[in-house]
Design a protein around this ligand. Structure first.
Ligand code: FES
Ligand code: FES
Length: 160
Protein backbone atom coordinates (compact mmCIF):
# COMPACT_ATOMS: atom_id res chain seq x y z
CA UNK A 1 0.00 0.00 0.00
CA UNK A 2 1.32 3.46 -0.90
CA UNK A 3 1.70 5.77 2.06
CA UNK A 4 0.04 9.19 1.68
CA UNK A 5 1.52 12.39 3.07
CA UNK A 6 -0.32 15.57 4.02
CA UNK A 7 1.92 18.43 3.04
CA UNK A 8 1.78 22.15 2.40
CA UNK A 9 3.53 23.63 -0.62
CA UNK A 10 4.22 27.35 -0.68
CA UNK A 11 3.98 28.52 -4.28
CA UNK A 12 4.49 32.17 -5.14
CA UNK A 13 3.78 33.03 -1.51
CA UNK A 14 0.52 31.08 -1.27
CA UNK A 15 0.10 27.89 0.76
CA UNK A 16 -1.46 24.82 -0.86
CA UNK A 17 -2.41 21.95 1.49
CA UNK A 18 -2.42 18.69 -0.47
CA UNK A 19 -2.13 14.94 0.07
CA UNK A 20 0.46 13.13 -2.03
CA UNK A 21 2.08 9.77 -2.50
CA UNK A 22 5.72 9.80 -1.46
CA UNK A 23 6.72 9.35 -5.09
CA UNK A 24 4.62 12.24 -6.45
CA UNK A 25 6.88 14.64 -8.33
CA UNK A 26 6.77 18.34 -7.58
CA UNK A 27 5.86 19.03 -11.21
CA UNK A 28 2.79 16.78 -11.04
CA UNK A 29 1.76 18.06 -7.60
CA UNK A 30 1.85 21.74 -8.50
CA UNK A 31 0.09 21.21 -11.84
CA UNK A 32 -2.56 18.66 -10.88
CA UNK A 33 -3.19 19.44 -7.22
CA UNK A 34 -2.34 23.13 -6.88
CA UNK A 35 -3.76 24.37 -10.20
CA UNK A 36 -0.46 25.92 -11.29
CA UNK A 37 -0.24 24.65 -14.86
CA UNK A 38 2.19 27.28 -16.12
CA UNK A 39 5.06 24.90 -15.39
CA UNK A 40 5.28 22.55 -18.37
CA UNK A 41 6.27 18.90 -18.41
CA UNK A 42 8.17 17.56 -21.42
CA UNK A 43 10.56 14.66 -21.00
CA UNK A 44 9.82 13.86 -17.33
CA UNK A 45 13.39 12.72 -16.78
CA UNK A 46 15.49 15.81 -16.35
CA UNK A 47 16.61 16.44 -19.92
CA UNK A 48 14.50 19.22 -21.45
CA UNK A 49 14.22 21.75 -18.63
CA UNK A 50 10.66 22.75 -19.49
CA UNK A 51 9.62 22.02 -15.89
CA UNK A 52 12.22 24.40 -14.39
CA UNK A 53 11.09 26.49 -11.43
CA UNK A 54 12.84 28.12 -8.49
CA UNK A 55 13.29 26.49 -5.09
CA UNK A 56 14.62 29.02 -2.59
CA UNK A 57 15.90 31.00 -5.56
CA UNK A 58 17.67 28.13 -7.28
CA UNK A 59 16.50 26.81 -10.68
CA UNK A 60 15.47 23.16 -10.32
CA UNK A 61 13.86 20.62 -12.66
CA UNK A 62 10.59 19.91 -10.92
CA UNK A 63 10.18 16.50 -12.57
CA UNK A 64 13.25 15.30 -10.69
CA UNK A 65 12.24 16.20 -7.16
CA UNK A 66 9.46 14.82 -5.00
CA UNK A 67 6.76 17.09 -3.64
CA UNK A 68 7.39 15.83 -0.10
CA UNK A 69 10.93 17.21 -0.35
CA UNK A 70 9.65 20.74 -0.91
CA UNK A 71 7.85 21.43 2.36
CA UNK A 72 9.11 24.70 3.85
CA UNK A 73 10.73 25.71 0.57
CA UNK A 74 9.81 28.90 -1.31
CA UNK A 75 8.58 27.64 -4.68
CA UNK A 76 8.38 30.19 -7.49
CA UNK A 77 6.71 29.44 -10.80
CA UNK A 78 6.03 31.41 -13.95
CA UNK A 79 2.62 32.41 -12.54
CA UNK A 80 4.41 34.55 -9.96
CA UNK A 81 6.51 36.63 -12.37
CA UNK A 82 4.03 39.29 -13.44
CA UNK A 83 2.82 41.80 -10.88
CA UNK A 84 -0.83 42.27 -11.81
CA UNK A 85 -0.85 43.57 -15.40
CA UNK A 86 2.86 44.41 -15.23
CA UNK A 87 4.98 41.73 -16.88
CA UNK A 88 8.38 40.84 -15.45
CA UNK A 89 11.19 42.46 -17.52
CA UNK A 90 12.19 39.00 -18.76
CA UNK A 91 8.66 38.29 -19.97
CA UNK A 92 8.58 41.62 -21.81
CA UNK A 93 12.00 40.99 -23.28
CA UNK A 94 10.97 37.53 -24.56
CA UNK A 95 8.08 39.18 -26.40
CA UNK A 96 10.17 42.07 -27.72
CA UNK A 97 12.96 39.79 -28.99
CA UNK A 98 10.71 37.06 -30.40
CA UNK A 99 12.24 34.52 -28.02
CA UNK A 100 9.36 32.08 -28.35
CA UNK A 101 7.41 30.36 -31.05
CA UNK A 102 5.22 27.51 -29.78
CA UNK A 103 5.96 28.63 -26.21
CA UNK A 104 6.21 25.18 -24.71
CA UNK A 105 9.73 25.72 -23.39
CA UNK A 106 9.12 29.33 -22.36
CA UNK A 107 8.10 28.94 -18.69
CA UNK A 108 11.18 26.82 -18.08
CA UNK A 109 13.47 29.28 -19.84
CA UNK A 110 11.94 32.21 -17.99
CA UNK A 111 12.41 30.62 -14.58
CA UNK A 112 15.92 29.47 -15.47
CA UNK A 113 16.77 33.01 -16.61
CA UNK A 114 15.27 34.59 -13.49
CA UNK A 115 17.39 32.30 -11.36
CA UNK A 116 20.52 33.07 -13.39
CA UNK A 117 20.08 36.84 -13.29
CA UNK A 118 19.09 37.00 -9.63
CA UNK A 119 22.14 34.96 -8.64
CA UNK A 120 24.59 36.47 -11.12
CA UNK A 121 23.40 39.86 -12.43
CA UNK A 122 26.74 40.59 -14.13
CA UNK A 123 27.02 37.22 -15.86
CA UNK A 124 29.26 37.20 -18.95
CA UNK A 125 27.89 36.39 -22.40
CA UNK A 126 29.77 33.09 -22.47
CA UNK A 127 28.53 32.03 -19.05
CA UNK A 128 24.98 33.09 -19.91
CA UNK A 129 25.01 30.96 -23.04
CA UNK A 130 26.41 28.02 -21.09
CA UNK A 131 23.78 28.38 -18.36
CA UNK A 132 20.92 28.65 -20.85
CA UNK A 133 22.16 25.59 -22.72
CA UNK A 134 20.71 23.41 -19.98
CA UNK A 135 17.21 23.84 -21.42
CA UNK A 136 15.93 22.66 -24.79
CA UNK A 137 13.92 24.59 -27.38
CA UNK A 138 12.92 22.91 -30.62
CA UNK A 139 11.64 26.08 -32.30
CA UNK A 140 13.72 29.21 -31.91
CA UNK A 141 17.33 28.27 -32.56
CA UNK A 142 18.17 29.85 -29.18
CA UNK A 143 19.68 33.09 -30.53
CA UNK A 144 16.65 35.20 -29.66
CA UNK A 145 16.38 33.63 -26.21
CA UNK A 146 19.98 34.64 -25.49
CA UNK A 147 19.28 38.16 -26.85
CA UNK A 148 16.15 38.48 -24.72
CA UNK A 149 17.86 37.42 -21.52
CA UNK A 150 20.85 39.67 -22.21
CA UNK A 151 18.56 42.67 -22.82
CA UNK A 152 16.61 41.95 -19.63
CA UNK A 153 19.86 41.59 -17.68
CA UNK A 154 20.97 45.02 -18.91
CA UNK A 155 17.59 46.53 -18.01
CA UNK A 156 17.57 44.96 -14.54
CA UNK A 157 21.13 46.15 -13.87
CA UNK A 158 20.24 49.68 -14.94
CA UNK A 159 17.36 49.70 -12.44
CA UNK A 160 14.01 51.46 -12.72
S1 FES B 1 10.09 17.64 -17.91
FE1 FES B 1 11.55 18.00 -16.38
S2 FES B 1 13.44 18.17 -17.43
FE2 FES B 1 11.99 17.64 -18.99
S1 FES C 1 9.39 27.94 -28.49
FE1 FES C 1 8.73 25.94 -29.08
S2 FES C 1 10.03 24.64 -27.91
FE2 FES C 1 10.81 26.60 -27.53
Amino acid sequence: MTRKHDITLTINGHDHAITVDARRTLADAIRDQCGQTGTHIGCEHGVCGSCTLLLDGVPVRSCLIFAVQCVGVAIRTVEGLAQGDELHPLQRSFIEHHALQCGFCTPGFLMLAVGILENEPNISDADLRAALSSNLCRCTGYANIVKAVRAAADELRAGP
